[in-house]
Design a protein around this ligand. Structure first.
Ligand code: SF4
Ligand code: SF4
Length: 397
């Protein structure tokens, strides 16, 4: 334990960092509550261009200001303790997240329990230790959901640099980790800012299936498969559907290609029960997900971050993956959800059928769609039916 007279010393910081490791974090650095002007300006440019898509809360003026000024999140804040918690990287290669496969890909961080819950518990435990260590002070913990520019703070704290794909990279650990913060009114000696080591590499920009990294350090969420499959609640724009391959929840391509992840524990498990990948989330069988009703969905994804999409979002994504698979054997399963209660599922099932239909069953599928159209009340689904029928007929000419 450090002496009171040395509260601002490196001893306090190293004790905080040791405690963070005890609580299951892999990295811990400290910085002042300052966001560099270039990060704040980049955030404003991003929002001005509408790249946040339907995440309207990100464009709210109050939230923008809070993101740009961490001191607005806690009166008297003097230090930010940033932590990283690793998760198991994907145990499959990039070519398994593409068209032509019959299984779906779920982003690696979502293979286990919901990290928000896991991390919040650990941060609160660490915060209780800080109470003892730092004496009288106020503090708040944040995990992802608050208006905090966490990658900018992590870079300033020296935890890693923000890569061209906008995620934080640590030289030794790579980027397979999640970030959290404790804001405190106590003063702790800050760490030195991390240097950027992307250099001339453009691998993440080149590999991105949808061209979502529109410039180095700029991801247009409206094109990003992570946003489309998780945050976006509507009908996926038609031109993007074929590019999604079989990614049904998130996308890891830009991390998988990154050279800094090459030696970052690929294929290792972390011995952490809570974040341990659940076997059923490893390249899951698409049919088994498409057959889930509401109760079965809740049960299958209990405590999982995948609940975020709700059943309708995940099954929408599964329909797209099936449509991209080239596997006509999925057609009976898709026909079975044409009367689903959710328009989002019906509409994307229609599209998928249009992708899989062949000469031998074209007349049958057209008959199914004509019949469906008679009873269909939802305008967006009717539009899908109309476009798909036209697509099938054109392909026959
Ligand atoms: S997550 Fe996927 S779609 Fe989004 S930027 Fe990375 S590679 Fe592109
Ligand atoms: S792939 Fe290359 S450019 Fe992209 S984040 Fe990694 S090092 Fe940086």
């Amino acid at each position: 334990m450090c002496q009171d007279s040395a509260m601002n010393s490196d001893c306090v910081k190293s004790t905080v960092q040791a405690k963070a490791l005890e609580h299951g974090f892999d990295l811990c650095r400290v910085t002042q509550p300052v966001v560099a002007r270039e990060h704040a300006e980049a955030l404003h440019r991003w929002v001005d261009a509408g790249m946040q898509g339907e995440m309207d809360w990100m464009a709210e003026e109050v939230r923008l200001q809070r993101r740009s000024d961490p001191t607005s999140m806690l009166a008297g804040v003097r230090s930010v303790v940033t932590v990283a918690m690793r998760y198991t990287p994907p145990e499959y290669g990039l070519n398994e997240a593409c068209s032509g496969t019959r299984r779906g890909v779920i982003t690696a961080y979502a293979h286990g329990d919901d990290y928000h819950e896991v991390m919040k518990k650990r941060l609160k435990a660490l915060a209780r230790d800080l109470d003892t260590l730092l004496g009288r002070h106020d503090q708040r913990v944040f995990v992802d959901t608050a208006p905090v520019l966490e990658h900018a703070l992590a870079e300033r704290a020296g935890l890693g640099w923000q890569g061209k794909h906008t995620l934080t990279i640590h030289r030794g650990v790579g980027s397979w980790f999640l970030l959290g913060e404790i804001f405190t009114t106590a003063e702790i000696v800050p760490d030195a800012q991390a240097a950027n080591h992307c250099g001339s590499c453009t691998a993440c920009i080149d590999i991105c299936p949808t061209g979502a990294i529109v410039a180095p350090y700029v991801v247009d969420a409206r094109l990003c498969i992570s946003y489309l499959t998780i945050e976006f609640d509507g009908f996926i724009p038609h031109p993007l559907r074929p590019l999604m391959g079989n990614r049904i929840y998130g996308c890891d391509d830009c991390q998988m290609i990154c050279p800094w992840n090459e030696h970052a524990g690929k294929g290792t498990t972390l011995g952490d029960d809570l974040l341990t990948p659940r076997g059923e989330n490893h390249l899951p069988d698409l049919v088994s997900i498409l057959q889930l009703d509401e109760d079965a969905f809740r049960h299958r994804f209990m405590k999982s971050p995948i609940r975020r999409t709700k059943r309708r979002g995940l099954l929408r994504n599964v329909c797209i993956a099936m449509g991209n698979s080239g596997h006509a054997g999925f057609m009976p399963d898709l026909i079975a959800v044409l009367d689903d209660v959710e328009p989002l599922i019906r509409g994307h099932a229609v599209w998928a059928l249009g992708q899989l239909v062949g000469q031998e069953n074209r007349a049958d599928i057209l008959a199914v769609l004509v019949q469906m159209n008679v009873a269909e009340k939802d305008d967006a689904v009717r539009e899908e039916i109309s476009l798909t029928m036209r697509h099938i007929r054109m392909n026959d000419e």
